[in-house]
Ligand binder design. Structure first.
Ligand code: PLP
Length: 376
């Protein structure tokens, strides 16, 4: 059995090597490393896949969030609501742009932002909500969009972890995660579900005017060659990455199926364990399992992690500390117990290896180790 990893990038590359190498070789030969034709082709293919009108490629998922916020011309000091249980990037860009991150708690079962808490956090200064489709599942977008429309707020979806996930509304209509709010963003960081061989990101919108602004900001605020209509940034997706991503996009549905199959194997193996809570599937979303995250009693988590480690099984704590308790955000004045659900999740969650190359043997070995520890 191969060495176990949280994400097996090498195994995936080996499996797709001929196709990937051929696509990248074309770019190498062309030397069109910046803004080569593959960037546009990939953006168009991704737009078709996601059924969204505009895809603006950029350098990474954090830039995508920053550019999205810049495009909305929000007033300085405006409050932007984000989940406390999350990766730091979403809150960071708010703070960087002179806006105020307002943290709210998440839903205990799906880990995504809690609409009731969003509603309670809205003030006269609130300008936007940034839901995060955490671990591969959509936040409750319909409730959030209803709130946003009623209160005239912008919605930017951070879809770095759930590309290809589908939201199902009350009428049964489906939309892809990242295409429901005013703007959606994603990351092509290597370990993301659609990952490249370095950094990459993209921004989505159905709004033509916003698309033009986003495009300008990502390119130094340039309206036409050497004419700048606003202060922008330099944020590009490399041609090599775009060529690779175009190949991988063709496999995204298969990647998702492989992750879902691996999740089903885990679910079945842990179903009988009273002390282990398997991921909850929201009725309004498919789950693309960026992470497979269990909740275990806080007092057992370190023991489980050490037990797995002793068997050569990696695991990760996503996330050990909620955003409101980091030193960087102390200036906002939050304190422990402000967001009890997020704080409890930080004590209980543990993520297991989850990727497209997991074999049955590997999964059996992992689940046996978890069961052996958690049964006693
Ligand atoms: C990965 C990630 C980002 C940032 O993406 P980068 O490409 O690393 O900048 C932002 N938000 C979330 C939720 C992420 O998981």
């Amino acid at each position: 059995m191969n060495q176990l990893q949280m994400v097996d990038l090498k195994g995936q590359y080996q499996r797709l090597k001929p196709e990937i190498d051929a696509a990248m070789q074309v770019v190498v030969e062309s030397t069109a490393f910046i803004n080569g034709p593959q960037v546009k082709t990939f953006s168009q293919h991704l737009a078709q896949y996601l059924q969204v009108d505009h895809v603006i490629p950029c350098a990474n998922g954090t830039d995508a969030l920053q550019i999205a916020l810049m495009a909305l011309d929000l007033p300085a000091g405006g409050e932007v609501i984000v989940p406390a249980f999350n990766y730091v990037a979403t809150a960071e860009v708010i703070a960087l742009l002179g806006l105020t991150p307002v943290f709210v708690d998440v839903l205990p079962d799906t880990f995504c932002i809690d609409p009731a808490k969003v509603r309670a956090a809205i003030t006269e200064r609130t300008v936007a909500i940034m839901p995060v489709h955490l671990f591969g599942q959509c936040a409750p977008m319909e409730e959030l969009m209803d709130l946003a429309i009623a209160q005239e707020l912008f919605v930017i979806e951070d879809n770095a972890q759930a590309i290809g996930a589908q939201y199902v509304d009350a009428e049964g209509n489906t939309s892809f995660a990242g295409t429901i709010g005013h703007i959606g963003t994603t990351s092509f960081f290597p370990s993301k579900n659609l990952g490249c061989m370095g950094d990459g990101g993209a921004i989505f919108t159905q709004d033509e005017e916003l698309a033009a602004v986003l495009q300008q900001i990502a390119n130094h605020g340039q309206q036409k060659k050497y004419h700048y209509s606003r202060v922008g940034v330099n944020s590009r997706l490399d041609t090599l990455q775009a060529a690779l991503l175009d190949v991988k996009l063709g496999h995204l549905d298969d990647f998702i199926l492989r992750r879902q199959k691996a999740a089903m194997f885990y679910d079945a193996a842990f179903a009988e364990l009273e002390q282990v809570k398997i991921p909850t599937l929201a009725p309004y979303s498919s789950h693309v399992f960026h992470q497979y995250t269990l909740q275990v009693p806080a007092e057992q988590r370190e023991g489980l992690k050490a037990h797995l480690q002793s068997k050569g099984i990696p695991s990760m704590i996503y996330y050990p500390v909620p955003l409101h308790l980091h030193e960087a955000y102390a200036y906002l004045g939050y304190k422990a117990s402000d967001f009890p659900v997020s704080e409890e999740l930080c004590r209980k969650v543990i993520s297991l290896p989850m990727h497209t190359e997991l074999t049955q043997d590997q999964q059996q070995y992992i689940t046996d180790a978890v069961v052996a520890f958690m049964k006693v």
